[in-house]
Design a protein. Structure first.
Length: 716
């Protein structure tokens, strides 16, 4: 009795300690006896559930778990299991479900072999199930992450030589565990030939020396597809001995393909940039440095000369007779001939000297690091001799000579562009002396040139300080009194000397880069003013003076395009370029081509100062301008000087013959206007009509002109 009592107490203690719910089911009578813990697991007291029967258990069982509970019970009743064990969810009093491990066993049977009594326990496993679900979710998330990242894993056991792969590693190799048993030998066999030695060396170093690795390799999958992979190696030791190595195995094909595409794009971009850089710095025909690179080389040479107290020679080379070759045989042979000549020049200069194509058949040569002037003279003499022999191009015997002008720095202590200009001037002296010779620029004895470049420096400073302005002088049709145009005239608003007229500064910039820069600025300002006046209803064309040097500049059309692009409201017919006929025009054909290109933009042309220049009739014939302007020197004195009056009348008749309209400058009195009308010239400009005025004064003058009777009455 005592032993049984102790045994019962122990059982109760065990049940209480393990918090196990006990149940005893009388299958035959459908009665269910439970302990208090059985009810507590689902949030009840035992009294709340009384009376308890099989239906009580069914009522709290999750509906989804009922089929497996019945199936489990049937298996046990049929003798197919020793225990009736299942995991089910029971509904808690608070409404949620609690996971329960229910274990039971039949302990009595009827004559038909059906159980009449079963006993068992309920054990709460809710925490364990949540952990299992969390583990399952985490595992699934890990697998999904590995699939998205194409990241597998591997482990090699050195004790048994077994290689283990994760599911993603199999997928990367386009296989499955049931289809493929991985080994190190197989892994090596699938590697691309370039990757095999890399991997074998790294793997051997890992297992023998404990060196970890991180490799990018190329391998074939089991289906023959070549992919890029990354594999790493981590070492695991036990008692100082390597027992296993493991790592990741990642498909990086997309990244590598993108990298290759990027590298290819970068290479293409590099090549394009190199071509653009080359095009920006080298002449496309001769492959010599162009003006852009020449300017850079000039600055470098000047800095070097100043630092090391060396001499520089700047030579300007112009071919004698090249135009005749071009005219006789065409531009193709002319271009080839030019390349041959350039190559001849290169053979006789030093390796570090700079030979640049300046334009057309003109070249500039920088001879730096000179110990004496004679050293430069010797090189230039070799240039003269280098083209003494004839050239044979396409079975044609061709020959030219070269005229060379040279100036020396630091004796000629000028800016880079001025040095080139001096060499150019010396080259013209060489041509005057019979061509095929060398002339040295004499800077010390030319006081006028010194003064010119001092003035040029002041003008450049004033331009940078935005001291230049445009004034506008009206043009009218004396027959209809219509305002037909406004000529833009540059002025210098000097900070100490006041408003300066053009003759005070324009002569000093003639032939310099400043002339080009200032000319471009005038065009830009005139177009801006056109747009501003158009916004208030004034649509009168503006004419701008353009020098032959500016028109002949190789970048004139490019610069014009830039100005028109920046002023995109420009309208055709609103701008006129006036060419100063009194200036020397070196290449009338080139200017004729420029005129044709400008006319495509709707820009008109007139020949200014007509009758005072070098080749009036030639210019009138070759340059397809729209109008001719009679120089004011003839108009002002024509009332008293019959010769001037005859010249004016001749120009009017000549213009009509060539199909040009004509406008007279210098109309200062009513009598001037009346005389011009009698001679058939209706368009006029001069102080008698209006003096040049600021842009802001123009609208008021227009209003006054249109509202008051004009001083010239129409004569029909």
């Amino acid at each position: 009795m005592h032993e049984n009592k102790i045994s019962t107490e122990v059982k109760e203690l065990v049940l209480d300690a393990t918090k196990v719910g006990v149940w005893d089911w009388s299958v035959e009578k459908n009665g269910l006896v439970c302990n208090e813990r059985w009810a507590e697991i689902i949030g009840y007291s035992l009294s709340e559930l009384m009376p308890i029967d099989y239906q009580t258990w069914i009522d709290v069982l999750h509906p989804d778990d009922l089929p497996k509970a019945i199936r489990n019970f049937d298996y046990h009743c049929q003798g197919q299991s020793d225990l009736c064990e299942l995991e089910v969810r029971l509904k808690h009093k608070n409404g949620h479900y609690v996971w329960i491990l229910s274990t039971g066993k039949a302990i009595s049977w009827d004559a038909d072999g059906k159980p009449t009594r079963m006993i068992g326990i309920h054990q709460e496993i809710d925490f364990r199930k949540r952990q299992e679900e969390l583990l399952a979710t985490t595992t699934e998330l890990l697998k999904e992450s590995q699939r998205i990242g194409k990241l597998g894993g591997w482990l090699f056991n050195l004790n048994n030589g077994e290689l283990i792969w994760t599911d993603e590693t199999y997928r990367i190799y386009e296989t499955a565990p049931q289809e493929f048993t991985p080994t190190i030998e197989l892994v090596v066999s699938y590697l691309h030939s370039d990757s095999k030695k890399i991997f074998q060396d790294a793997f051997d170093a890992a297992i023998k020396l404990g060196k970890e690795y991180d490799l990018e390799l190329e391998t074939y999958t089991t289906k023959g597809q070549l992919i890029d992979v990354r594999t790493t190696c981590n070492i695991t030791y036990s008692d100082g001995v390597i027992i296993k190595i493991s790592g990741i195995f990642q498909d990086i094909s997309d990244e590598k393909n993108n990298q290759r595409k990027l590298e290819k794009s970068n290479q293409v971009l590099k090549e394009v940039n190199e071509k653009l850089k080359y095009a920006a710095n080298y002449d496309q025909l001769t492959h010599l440095p162009n003006r852009n690179l020449l300017a850079d080389r000039m600055q470098q040479a000047l800095i070097k000369a100043q630092r090391y107290n060396k001499n520089i020679a700047i030579a300007f080379l112009d071919l004698d007779g090249f135009k005749e070759v071009n005219d006789a045989y065409g531009h193709d042979i002319g271009d080839e001939f030019l390349c041959f000549v350039a190559n001849r020049f290169k053979t006789v200069i030093r390796e570090h000297d700079t030979l640049a194509r300046f334009g057309g058949d003109e070249f500039v040569l920088i001879l730096d690091d000179l110990d004496s002037h004679q050293q430069a003279r010797d090189i230039l003499q070799r240039i003269l001799s280098s083209i003494a022999e004839n050239f044979v191009i396409k079975n044609k015997l061709l020959s030219v000579t070269v005229s060379i002008g040279v100036t020396f720095y630091p004796e000629d202590d000028s800016y880079a562009d001025i040095l080139i200009r001096h060499a150019d001037q010396a080259m013209y002296r060489a041509k005057e002396q019979g061509k095929n010779c060398i002339h040295e620029f004499d800077f010390e004895n030319d006081v006028a040139i010194k003064q010119q470049y001092r003035e040029l420096e002041y003008i450049s400073k004033g331009f940078n300080n935005k001291e230049f302005v445009l004034y506008y002088q009206p043009k009218i049709n004396m027959k209809t009194n219509e305002i037909i145009g406004l000529e833009a005239l540059i002025r210098w608003q000097h900070p100490t000397e006041g408003l300066l007229p053009p003759f005070r500064f324009l002569p000093y910039i003639e032939g310099s880069s400043m002339e080009i820069e200032l000319g471009k600025w005038v065009i830009d300002q005139a177009i801006k003013q056109l747009n501003e006046w158009r916004s208030i209803g004034i649509t009168i064309p503006i004419s701008v003076n353009v020098s032959p040097l500016q028109l002949q500049h190789e970048d004139f059309i490019k610069q014009l395009n830039e100005v028109l692009f920046l002023n995109n409201n420009f309208q055709a017919g609103q701008l006129e370029f006036e060419i100063l006929e009194s200036s020397i025009i070196k290449d009338t054909q080139h200017i004729a081509d420029v005129i044709n290109q400008c006319k495509q933009y709707g820009i008109c042309f007139s020949l200014d100062d007509f009758g005072t220049g070098y080749s009036s009739l030639s210019y009138l014939r070759k340059l397809m301008t729209d109008a001719v302007k009679i120089d004011k020197s003839f108009v002002i004195d024509m009332l008293e000087d019959m010769d001037d009056q005859a010249i004016v009348k001749s120009i009017i008749e000549l213009s009509k013959t060539f199909g040009r309209s004509v406008i007279a400058e210098g109309v200062e009195t009513k009598e001037h206007g009346e005389q011009l009308l009698k001679m058939g010239c209706y368009k006029a400009q001069g102080f008698g009509i209006a003096r040049p005025m600021t842009a802001c004064a123009v609208p008021a003058w227009i209003q006054l002109w249109n509202s008051s009777p004009p001083w010239i009455c129409a004569r029909i």
